[in-house]
Design a protein around this ligand. Structure first.
Ligand code: FE2
Length: 332
């Protein structure tokens, strides 16, 4: 019966035909990880969110203090990998230099980003199970300092994924500027301030203390509005953003394909998105396949299938209409 076995891969067997880096270290979680807990977390309520988010997220944790992720050896290896990936930077209307899809170019980066120990650690902090993002260009995104001094690394925005880390690969304590900041407010509040053209209130902008390289902030990137400041003195500033999805199948997806078209080639973003949605739907249907509910009514069976169809319909609509979507951000 082998022909009927289904084995779903979190990461595909083959990526796009991308050049790989020349000197790729072997990732070893026992050597490269030094996982610690954040000293504090902020909740969605702390940012001003309320009942309107019910059903859209399985956790109330919004953002964390900086906590250690990589050992000194891990930092050295990650810096070595990211310096090589700097040869592949691209630009988009928000970020002047980023490397996307690095997981297809470096097995070290891929193995770190998919490491179960790392995901489990972050799941405990977020108080809900997380899975590495199934889209190769969303699982590991690397920002490099712009070549123009003072230009922000990334403008104020929220992410097109559910959960992400911002990990300092280079030493943030050696930088003049380059702070990672988030807004202590909601997306709607930020949108109103931006529309009104008023300065963002300084007392509501938080710059979490970054103790050194290998430390990260974890956040619900789709609800926490954030930015990365420019440098006042030229230096290397590299951050790695790892994307995650909720394992909870009842949480709706949050992928804005039209936004991704600004950062990635449309055929690649579309292939990754179609795969991501197919994986979600397969996981939803697996229960119906393997453990059918013989006591459920016809209407209940219909509802289960309709939920999957609705997800497919929404994805088909995004694929058909994403082209030409305007990019969303809140400026500098
Ligand atoms: Fe972001």
């Amino acid at each position: 019966m082998h022909a009927f076995d289904v084995s779903l891969q979190r990461h595909p067997k083959f990526g796009p035909d991308f050049d790989t880096i020349k000197d790729d270290p072997v990732f070893d979680p026992t050597k490269h990880l030094a996982l610690e807990q954040p000293a504090y977390t902020l909740s969605l309520a702390d940012l001003g969110y309320g009942d309107e988010l019910d059903g859209t997220t399985p956790t109330s944790v919004a953002a964390t203090a900086c906590f250690r992720v990589l050992s000194d050896e891990g930092v050295a290896a990650m810096q070595h990998v990211c310096k090589q990936l700097e040869a592949f930077t691209t630009s988009n209307p928000r970020i002047s230099r980023n490397t996307r899809g690095g997981v297809y170019r470096s097995k070290f980066l891929r193995d770190f980003s998919l490491c179960p120990e790392y995901s489990e650690h972050l799941s405990n902090i977020m108080q809900t199970p997380l899975l590495p993002h199934a889209m190769g260009h969303q699982i590991a995104h690397i920002n490099y300092q712009p070549l123009t001094l003072g230009e922000n690394v990334d403008k104020w925005h929220y992410d097109t994924l559910q959960v992400d880390t911002v990990l300092f690969v280079t030493d943030p304590t050696q930088l003049d500027g380059g702070e990672f900041q988030y807004f202590k407010g909601t997306r709607d509040e930020m949108a109103q301030l931006y529309k009104a053209g008023v300065p963002f209130p300084a007392e509501r902008i938080e710059s979490p203390n970054m103790p050194g390289p290998g430390y990260a902030v974890l956040m619900q990137g789709n609800y926490v509005v954030h930015q990365a400041c420019g440098l006042r003195t030229q230096a290397d500033r590299i951050t790695l953003v790892n994307g995650f999805s909720y394992a909870d199948q009842n949480t709706p997806d949050f992928t804005a394909l039209g936004q991704l078209f600004h950062a990635d080639p449309a055929p690649i973003a579309s292939a990754e998105y179609a795969r991501h949605v197919a994986l979600r739907c397969c996981q939803s249907l697996e229960q119906t396949v393997n453990t059918p509910d013989y006591g459920a009514s016809p209407a209940e069976q219909s509802r289960k299938l309709a939920l999957v169809r609705a997800e497919l319909d929404a994805a088909i609509s995004q694929l058909d209409n994403a082209e030409g979507t305007e990019i969303v951000h809140f400026g500098d």
